[in-house]
Design a protein around this ligand. Structure first.
Ligand SMILES: *[C@@H]1O[C@H](CO)[C@@H](O)[C@H](O)[C@H]1NC(C)=O
Ligand SMILES: *[C@@H]1O[C@H](CO)[C@@H](O)[C@H](O)[C@H]1NC(C)=O
Ligand SMILES: *[C@@H]1O[C@H](CO)[C@@H](O)[C@H](O)[C@H]1NC(C)=O
Ligand SMILES: *[C@@H]1O[C@H](CO)[C@@H](O)[C@H](O)[C@H]1NC(C)=O
Ligand SMILES: *[C@@H]1O[C@H](CO)[C@@H](O)[C@H](O)[C@H]1NC(C)=O
Ligand SMILES: *[C@@H]1O[C@H](CO)[C@@H](O)[C@H](O)[C@H]1NC(C)=O
Ligand SMILES: *[C@@H]1O[C@H](CO)[C@@H](O)[C@H](O)[C@H]1NC(C)=O
Ligand SMILES: *[C@@H]1O[C@H](CO)[C@@H](O)[C@H](O)[C@H]1NC(C)=O
Ligand SMILES: *[C@@H]1O[C@H](CO)[C@@H](O)[C@H](O)[C@H]1NC(C)=O
Ligand SMILES: *[C@@H]1O[C@H](CO)[C@@H](O)[C@H](O)[C@H]1NC(C)=O
Length: 620
């Protein structure tokens, strides 16, 4: 017995010696702030005698790279400018590495590295080890709002891995590099811009969940990156993680519908309002975290617009077909679109230009006709006042004529040979999403799962299950639903969403996005149903036109959670003819520059900011 045991130990030792160990990076804490150092050094600096003693206390020494001009470095001025960065801190200032000639230190408490770097380093915070290897500093932030499904860090070869690091906050950590490393250029307009990706887009090296746990474990990590994501990466974006989606991008409401994953937390108001779906994580993360700039969602029936409306963000449903959706989970290919959520409208437009490339054209001539759908006419409450003021501001800005448009009356008058609009389009959306997703997603998923698990079914949340089951029972074909959609699209293109050679679109059509109404996430809901009916938010879906959400302000409500008056976002939607996305981005940018629209803030309020209620008084 003893004889065999010692033999097996010997063989274990032999095999252990052959096992390869590779670094997955390092985590360190500097003045109680957690950092991640990616595994590969970015340069080395030889002969740093000044800091040799420091390595006796730790593996790494923090330092800052600065560029000297001919006169040296004004350290106080430098620190003031670096303080804008959310990764750099004063702890990096005890040691400096100065690039450029004629350096004269103006602060004798700072140690200057005398060695030579193997390559030019971008300014900003770094760590150096005793071997002289220089590592970038990525700060770790906790995803306290549960907006991410998985963290991500680039491997440098086009693939991504899960970040091997954690930090306080009861959720996973997300790592972001210092903004000081990056300079935007024509080739890299998104250099250093931090973007989160809805977890229905494949990213090479990471698993995709589509909001379903069985799916996550059934399939291997993606071997390719979806084109919209790749376009963002190619423009310099830093992809920081995959973000929460309701299951298979169907509409789910917190909390009962969210069985496999928990809905992200909306930071606005009392912090217990629904995020809307399906781009739940993208909306919550962009509204919560100053360290996240933009998120990529998808909009089939409102999945970018809904989260933007209830969290007071800029969010776009683009014209259909602007970028290929290979390696993206389909809901309904004839309706699916990739859209972006952001706080700043100019950055939003830059990211869109990078993602849609030459498929959008930014134009600066705007329509002088505005049509409104069910717009308020009396300033009877805060939300209506904001909406009326905004319409007045845009009307003045464009020197436009504004008219109320009644889409049902107009459609019915022009299309006497088909059913009235609300009946004609009643089932179209539901038919397309259920029947197309059954064929493209459910059937291969069930077959693959059964093959691996002895004929078993995977778990699916109640909402997609109810919708798929309804779709199975419908006799109207996908072709018929597409024909009905096309009839509506052609009619819209000839009437209130017509193209124009001068201004791209004959008119701008506006409808109310959100008015600060509550959807508490602690309410018990009815059983899930099917999204029947037709309303303003379905127009762009069927007409393939751009539909952009803009935040206008916020309205008060008495919260049943806090017993206190809180505020929720008020937003508007702007639509134009198909292909006029660039005109809308440009117009919204001009409205922002004119002070009519504002940047949205992170935290409890999109207007005044403020730390989320839970975290009031916390120091970052
Ligand atoms: C010198 O640098 C230290 C940080 O390393 C800073 O705290 C101090 O204020 C600086 N002194 C001057 C005179 O700029
Ligand atoms: C990549 O994955 C897809 C689907 O998972 C598979 O069909 C394809 O063969 C894979 N390609 C390579 C190069 O492994
Ligand atoms: C432009 O749109 C077409 C059709 O969707 C697509 O094939 C092409 O890849 C798009 N271009 C870019 C740069 O994404
Ligand atoms: C607005 O309407 C008025 C009166 O109907 C008309 O005279 C004017 O030309 C219109 N302006 C635009 C920009 O359409
Ligand atoms: C639009 O017109 C219909 C009649 O076709 C009417 O029932 C409806 O109330 C009108 N809607 C609005 C918003 O005015
Ligand atoms: C829409 O369809 C549902 C289910 O068939 C039906 O109950 C409802 O009356 C329809 N609505 C309209 C406006 O046709
Ligand atoms: C589909 O039809 C069958 C037979 O009429 C019925 O039993 C079932 O409840 C229906 N399923 C759904 C999801 O409507
Ligand atoms: C819209 O109508 C115009 C003619 O006014 C036509 O050139 C264009 O192709 C149509 N666009 C769509 C998306 O149907
Ligand atoms: C909140 O409740 C108080 C007392 O019922 C009421 O006077 C006030 O108008 C309410 N405020 C809002 C914003 O609904
Ligand atoms: C928008 O309209 C309101 C109400 O007329 C006005 O007070 C405000 O100054 C306008 N804002 C801008 C930026 O023009």
């Amino acid at each position: 017995m003893g004889f065999f045991r010692s033999l097996s130990v010997v063989s274990f030792i032999v095999s252990r010696v052959q096992a390869a160990v590779s670094s997955t990076g390092f985590t360190v804490s500097l003045t109680d702030i957690d950092y991640f150092l990616p595994p590969k050094p970015v340069a080395s600096i030889s002969g740093c005698e000044e800091i040799k003693a420091s390595f006796e206390d730790g593996l790494f020494v923090p330092f800052t790279v600065v560029k000297a001009d001919g006169y040296g470095v004004d350290i106080a001025a430098l620190m003031a400018s670096y303080a804008e960065d959310d990764v750099w801190q004063e702890g990096f200032m005890e040691v400096l590495y100065v690039e450029g000639s004629s350096f004269k230190p103006m602060n004798s408490t700072t140690t200057i590295l005398s060695g030579d770097a193997s390559k030019e380093l971008a300014p900003g915070p770094y760590f150096i080890n005793a071997a002289g290897h220089v590592y970038e500093a990525w700060r770790l932030f906790s995803d306290v709002q549960g907006a991410f499904t998985e963290s991500a860090i680039g491997n440098g070869d086009g693939s991504y891995s899960v970040l091997p690091a954690g930090t306080v906050g009861q959720k996973q950590a997300i790592a972001v590099p210092s903004r000081l490393y990056f300079t935007k250029t024509a080739e890299k307009p998104l250099a250093g811009v931090r973007i989160g990706i809805k977890d229905i887009y494949d990213i090479k090296g990471l698993r995709t969940s589509n909001g379903n746990r069985a799916w996550y474990w059934l399939y291997p990590p993606a071997n390719a990156t979806a084109p919209p994501v790749q376009n963002l990466i190619d423009a310099g974006a830093i992809i920081v993680g995959k973000m929460i989606t309701s299951q298979f991008a169907n509409g789910e409401t917190a909390t009962a519908d969210w069985v496999d994953y928990h809905e992200a937390f909306n930071p606005r108001g009392d912090g217990y309002q629904d995020t809307s779906s399906s781009s739940s994580g993208g909306g919550a993360g962009t509204a919560s975290y100053s360290w996240l700039d933009v998120s990529l969602g998808s909009d089939t029936g409102g999945s970018v617009r809904g989260p933007s409306q209830v969290q007071g963000l800029y969010g776009n449903r683009p014209s259909h077909g602007l970028v290929a959706l290979d390696h993206v989970m389909p809901l309904s290919p004839v309706l699916d679109t990739p859209g972006l959520l952001a706080r700043n409208p100019l950055l939003w437009a830059e990211a869109a230009q990078a993602m849609y490339g030459p498929n959008i054209t930014v134009t600066n001539s705007y329509p002088t006709s505005i049509q409104t759908l069910s717009w308020p006419t009396s300033a009877s409450n805060v939300a209506n006042e904001l909406l009326i003021d905004f319409l007045g501001n845009v009307t003045d800005f464009l020197k436009a004529n504004t008219t109320a448009y009644n889409i049902t009356a107009s459609f019915d008058a022009d299309n006497a040979d088909v059913a009235p609009l609300t009946s004609f389009m009643n089932l179209t959306y539901a038919l397309l999403i259920t029947k197309q997703q059954v064929g493209l997603v459910r059937e291969p998923f069930y077959a693959d799962y059964a093959a691996k698990h002895d004929g078993r079914l995977p778990f699916v949340d109640p909402v997609p299950l109810a919708r798929w089951g309804w779709g199975d029972n419908q006799t109207i074909t996908v072709d018929q639903a597409i024909a009905d959609k096309t009839l509506f699209q052609n009619w819209a293109n000839e009437t209130f969403l017509a193209p124009s050679p001068e201004t791209c679109s004959e008119s701008i059509t506006m409808y109310v996005g959100s008015v600060g109404e509550t959807t508490y996430r602690n309410e018990y809901l009815d059983e899930p149903g099917v999204p029947l009916g037709f309303g303003s938010s379905r127009i762009s879906v069927m007409a393939e036109v751009p539909d952009f959400v803009v935040p206008l302000g916020e309205a008060p409500y008495n919260s049943t959670i806090t017993g206190h008056v809180e505020y929720l976002p008020v937003t508007a939607d702007l639509m134009a003819a198909k292909g006029c996305d660039g005109m809308l981005f440009s117009l919204i940018g001009k409205l922002y520059e004119a002070g009519i629209l504002k940047e949205s803030k992170v935290g409890q309020s999109g207007v005044t900011g403020g730390e989320m209620l839970l975290r009031r008084g916390m120091l970052e």
